[in-house]
Ligand binder design. Structure first.
Ligand SMILES: [Zn+2]
Length: 511
């Protein structure tokens, strides 16, 4: 009897458990709705649902997400880990966890991953991660009102360049030859039909206060460039430039005051930013950038010396030297200990129509290294340590607002067509400064190197980055703390700039 009772008790417990888990599963989601999936504007054939919890959190089945990308799902029974495998990159999820690992990057999500029976659900948050965009190479827009999941593949459209200045957004479509084109518009779009069928299909996500996206569609005998515009009171004009042939579209928000006369006087693209012309007549405009600042200290020395402070001091000394020379006008990206977004720094130089951009840093990425290094931008780093340094200096992006973060990658891809000429000029300037440093400063000169620095890549003029010394090297930290060293470094940079311009003058006279 006792045994019977015990068995009965166990059966009841088991029954209760089954009831509980069953009801938990079924009740976890309060609704399940079929959604519409568009991949590059084409209907996706699989049926995909969105699942809502009682507090309106929206979930997707990871096998549906994988299906969209033709990715595989690997499930590890042992540790309850599931992996969405996108060919070479992977996303790792764990049962009832608030962590998602994008390749190697771990990120926190608000709503945990749910495992129900054999199915794994992830909240719609996943689409908003920059890392998701990076791994899938798509921009995903989930519209929960129309129940549409819009998946757009990001394509590099090398024939489209764009940039923004003073609230004017300029799009440049570069073509091999003159093409007929027709422009039309409606509330939310500018549509350019170009009679050229050799353009590429693609999508660029911009998402600033003027433009949302640029889409390019190629048909059998023409192409359509669709510019998706924010709901603004827009003003735009299109025109052509020759050699090479380009169609230019300038778009402005009429409600914002336009500082320059960019839209009125631009028959020649080269004249475009001559608002500072009066200054430029006899003077060179130099923008000096003290690396890091505010919440971003940069590298830190063994004795706690912060790179941001040294950089700022050298830049102030350098400015005071330039200020005594009537041939130069200097602007700073920051005058005090404040945080300036990495991507704002080149913008400042571009806005001032600067002739040169000089970014001052201290190295501190490797222990026990030493010496002076000077960098100019190139797409290929001179070696792996230069590449790693660029990664370190670029890493401040992590500290910047996440909202801007997603666009950065895309913006880079498009603006990375910097003039080869700027690279050549930057490399010449590096040569002059490096020579001056060797003559004036008692430090090992490691010479001129190249790396893909974000801060240099986005400038529209020759731009260089000086790593004055290694702040995490005991001896060099002491050096950096002396006024003599900083003055000698600033003087070398100044002399280098002066001699660079003197050599250009000489070249011009020869021709
Ligand atoms: Zn730095």
């Amino acid at each position: 009897m006792k045994i019977f009772k015990a068995i009965l008790f166990q059966i009841i417990i088991l029954f209760m458990y089954i009831c509980y888990s069953y009801s938990f599963d079924e009740n976890y989601f309060t609704s399940c709705q079929k959604i519409n999936v568009l991949i590059n504007d084409e209907q996706f054939k699989n049926t995909i649902n969105v699942y809502k919890t009682s507090n309106n959190v929206e979930y997707f089945l990871i096998k549906d997400i994988a299906a969209i990308y033709n990715a595989n799902i690997i499930f590890n029974n042992f540790n309850n880990e599931s992996i969405i495998d996108f060919d070479n990159k992977k996303i790792y999820l764990n049962k009832n966890s608030n962590e998602i690992i994008f390749d190697k990057e771990s990120k926190k999500i608000f709503n945990e991953t749910i495992y129900i029976k054999d199915d794994i659900y992830i909240s719609s948050e996943i689409f908003s991660f920059y890392e998701f965009t990076k791994i899938t190479n798509t921009y995903v827009k989930w519209d929960n009102l129309s129940l549409t999941l819009n998946v757009l593949y990001i394509t590099d459209l090398p024939f489209i360049k764009y940039f923004e200045q003073d609230n004017i957004f300029r799009i440049i479509i570069q073509l091999d030859e003159k093409n007929k084109y027709i422009v039309s518009e409606n509330d939310s779009e500018i549509i350019i039909k170009i009679f050229n069928n050799k353009l590429k299909n693609g999508f660029i996500n911009i998402d600033n206060c003027i433009i949302k996206t640029i889409q390019s569609y190629c048909y059998s005998d023409f192409s359509i460039i669709k510019i998706n515009i924010e709901k603004i009171n827009k003003f735009f004009k299109t025109y052509e430039i020759y050699d090479p042939y380009r169609i230019i579209i300038d778009i402005a928000n009429e409600n914002k005051k336009i500082k320059s006369d960019l839209l009125l006087n631009n028959s020649d693209e080269n004249n475009k930013y001559d608002k500072t012309n009066y200054l430029k007549k006899n003077k060179k405009i130099i923008v000096l950038d003290a690396g890091h600042g505010g919440k971003d200290s940069g590298a830190v020395g063994i004795h706690g010396t912060k790179e941001k402070d040294i950089n700022l001091d050298i830049v102030h000394i350098l400015k005071s030297i330039f200020d005594k020379d009537k041939n130069y006008v200097v602007f700073l990206t920051r005058e005090d200990d404040r945080f300036v977004e990495l991507y704002e720094r080149p913008n400042i130089a571009n806005r001032h129509n600067a002739d040169l951009f000089i970014s001052v840093h201290c190295n501190g990425f490797y222990n026990a290294k030493n010496g002076f290094e000077i960098y100019h931008m190139d797409y290929v780093a001179s070696d792996s340590s230069a590449a790693m340094l660029a990664k370190f200096e670029n890493s401040v992006v992590e500290l910047e607002e996440k909202t801007n973060y997603g666009n950065i990658l895309l913006r880079n891809m498009l603006l990375s067509i910097t003039d080869t000429e700027n690279i050549n000029e930057s490399s010449k300037l590096c040569g002059f400064i490096s020579y001056e440093v060797s003559n004036r400063v008692k430090i090992e000169n490691k010479g001129i190197r190249q790396a893909n620095f974000a801060v240099l890549r986005l400038t529209k003029m020759p731009a260089i980055l000086v790593e004055t010394a290694y702040i995490d090297n005991y001896i060099e930290e002491q050096m950096l703390l002396t006024k003599e060293f900083r003055l000698a470094m600033a003087t070398s940079i100044y002399e280098g700039v002066v001699k660079y311009y003197a050599s250009k003058q000489h070249d011009n006279e020869k021709h």
